[in-house]
Design a protein around this ligand. Structure first.
Ligand SMILES: Nc1ncnc2c1ncn2[C@@H]1O[C@H](COP(=O)(O)OP(=O)(O)O)[C@@H](O)[C@H]1O
Ligand SMILES: [Mg+2]
Length: 255
């Protein structure tokens, strides 16, 4: 099956407010799929329901990480996470005092290590050496290889975001949901991050579902776009198709 995620008529209510109102989306494997819409459209709620952070009031969520479709509707967040669908905020935040490499090693896990990383020299043996090799491979993919020995607090906002992605990759995630990954950053910076994320989707066995409220920032990098407004999908298609859809233009002009 070419779709890694599919939702059917997903519904989430908060009291009388229908925050997610019968949303159907399909995310193609190895794509960068973008979910845009103005503030309050229901984007974050949608992802929260998909990843188990919130329980749906109706509908279905299907996740297909590796050729077998799982009905993950209503699964608790840790179970969704373990199945390979990761929302970056579910991963503990980077440890700012640890190095970039150490942060990825923590996410790679290992026996009984927990958040406390043994001094590096103890890592350079056998199985540990393999983990370090994998961590470096991931850092190379996200463009942080040259910063492996930097403490995370020295990284810029964009690099920190890529470290989050690196750590999601290290958990073995097959689908990574990023909620406004470039929030507040300037467009040039944001474009660089989206370019890298798109590159990862094309070169690794991973798919990205990216949420963004601004229409101009991520559109050129998306394979497919869903536009939400007031709980519903109002448009979907290629970036060009949604950008020229009068319904989308109306929503964004209204903002
Ligand atoms: N925990 C909550 N309790 C009540 N209302 C909520 C809650 N979370 C979100 N909402 C409301 O649901 C709607 C959708 O919010 P949200 O999913 O955060 O939108 P978006 O991420 O697109 O900006 C908004 O009207 C918001 O106020
Ligand atoms: Mg949001």
């Amino acid at each position: 099956m070419s779709h890694i995620l599919e939702t059917l008529n997903l519904v989430k209510r908060f009291g009388g407010l229908v925050a997610v109102n019968g949303v159907c989306i399909r995310v193609k494997r190895n794509s960068l799929t973008l979910l845009i819409g103005p503030n309050g459209a229901g984007k974050t709620t949608f992802v929260n329901v998909c990843t188990g952070v919130l329980r749906p009031d109706g509908g279905k969520v299907f996740f297909n990480p590796s050729g077998r479709r799982l009905d993950i509707t209503g699964w608790p967040p840790h179970r969704v996470y373990r199945s390979g669908f990761v929302r970056t905020f579910q991963i503990p935040q980077p440890f700012l005092a640890l190095t970039v490499l150490e942060n990825v090693l923590v996410a790679l896990g290992g026996r009984g290590e927990g958040p406390i990383v043994a001094p590096l020299r103890h890592l350079w043996t056998g199985e540990e050496e393999e983990r370090v090799r994998r961590a470096f491979e991931i850092l190379r993919r996200v463009g942080l290889e040259d910063h492996w020995d930097w403490e995370a607090y020295r990284l810029g906002a964009g690099q920190l975001k890529m470290l989050e992605v690196a750590r999601a990759l290290a958990t073995g995630a097959k689908l990574i949901a990023l909620d406004e990954p470039v929030g507040g950053t300037d467009p040039a910076y944001a474009h660089e991050i989206f370019k890298q994320i798109r590159g990862l989707a094309k070169s690794l066995d991973v798919t990205f579902l990216v949420i963004e409220h601004r229409i101009d920032i991520a559109l050129p990098f998306a394979d497919y776009v869903y536009v939400m407004d007031r709980g519903s999908v109002i448009s979907e298609g290629t970036p060009d198709a949604v950008a020229s859809d009068p319904k989308v233009i109306k929503v964004y002009i209204g903002e």
